[in-house]
Design a protein around this ligand. Structure first.
Ligand code: NDP
Ligand code: OXD
Length: 309
């Protein structure tokens, strides 16, 4: 059994080591692979070149290094009929919840304002707002959205979530579908996007969405850059309809040097690092899945490519 690893070199080595330690029977090879393509049974990939995966005629499953699989779904030459497995692992989930809690608290406690005051050498108090006076709304109630909401619970915010299909989560007011979006947005002071990038979610963070939020709401985008209409956010920040934003993902990554977000005083940004898959913990999910498939059982966390996530 051979698994092809296509990620960046440093992480590729970490994966190879973690797989060797947990599954010595599995041979791993790094991409680019110049051996016999028929030798490859499995692929573990992040943003492989388009068409690359159809080179391997005996591929049994494609594992995405990330939770998002838009980097695979957007490949018109992705081999059909081969299951694509998204990443669900405790290290990735924990990292995302840390980031979301940090970003929510940053907006809740006016850290962008205090950063501006610091630059201006201003010593001024902004009255504290009790957590229960704010609603945090999470777009996407999947593995990551639900965990982030759980981790936000102890702070006492009003919590809401929005998904495609109906959900019931203790302590969270749940909305679903296009019919539920407006009501969800109307009360959301801090909006967190944890949606997968699909045809339906592309551009969902747009002027119309911002207008439905309470004036001065904060936007945190940790889903995908394609979900945010960047010029609409800039306009909403200028008008004050959006009070501040935390952005981890962008239309174009790395963010171009001349992009207005770099210097914007109401934007806090990071370079697509909200969370990272941890090979040492993630490897267990991959090994368990390969063992299931080899034993004739079904794989876990297979995505529906038609649905897009
Ligand atoms: P899941 O597949 O577990 O959850 C996706 C959620 O989005 C589900 O609740 C789903 O609804 C909802 N959803 C999908 N389409 C729609 C729609 N059209 N309308 C309303 N809701 C919709 O994904 P994860 O939670 O594991 O990951 C979410 C995303 O986070 C990833 O796809 C990736 O893009 C991003 N991510 C970003 C990282 C970063 O570092 N910035 C790191 C990891 C992930 P339903 O439950 O009804 O199916
Ligand atoms: C992911 C990511 O999808 O890191 O896991 O963006």
């Amino acid at each position: 059994m051979t698994l092809l690893i296509k990620t960046d070199i440093d992480r590729g080595n970490a994966w190879a080591e973690a797989l060797a330690a947990n599954f010595p029977e599995l041979k791993t090879v790094n991409w680019p692979f110049d051996g016999d393509p028929a030798e490859i049974d499995y692929a573990l990939v992040w943003q492989p070149p388009k068409g690359e995966l159809k080179r391997y005629p005996n591929l049994k499953a494609i594992f995405s290094v990330g939770a998002g699989i838009d980097h695979l779904a957007s490949d018109p030459d992705l081999p059909r009929g081969i299951p694509v497995v998204r990443m669900v692992e405790p290290g990735l989930t924990a990292g995302m919840s840390e980031y979301v809690v940090l970003a929510v608290l940053n907006h809740h406690r006016f850290m962008l304002d205090y950063a501006a005051q610091r630059r201006a050498k201003l010593w001024e108090e902004i009255p504290q707002v009790p957590a229960e006076a704010r609603q945090v709304g999470v777009l996407g109630l999947g593995v990551l959205g639900r965990d982030a909401l759980e981790k936000l619970k102890p702070f006492g915010f009003r919590l809401a979530g929005w998904s495609r299909t109906p959900k019931s989560i203790t302590g969270v007011t749940c909305f679903h579908g296009s019919g539920g979006l407006e009501e969800f947005l109307a009360e959301t002071d801090i909006l967190v996007c944890l949606l997968p990038l699909t045809a339906e979610t592309t551009g969902i963070l747009n002027a119309g969405t911002f207008a439905k939020l309470p004036a001065g709401a904060a936007v945190i985008n940790v889903g995908r850059g394609g979900q945010l209409v960047e010029r609409d956010l800039l306009a909403a920040l200028d008008s004050g309809q959006i009070g501040g934003a935390t952005l981890d993902v962008f239309q174009k990554e790395p963010l171009p040097e001349d992009h207005p977000f770099w210097e914007h005083p109401r934007v806090f940004m990071t370079p697509h690092v909200a969370s990272m898959t941890v090979p040492q913990t993630a490897v267990r999910a991959i090994v368990a899945n390969i063992q299931r498939l080899e034993a004739g059982e079904s794989l876990q966390h297979v995505v529906d490519l038609k649905r897009g996530y």
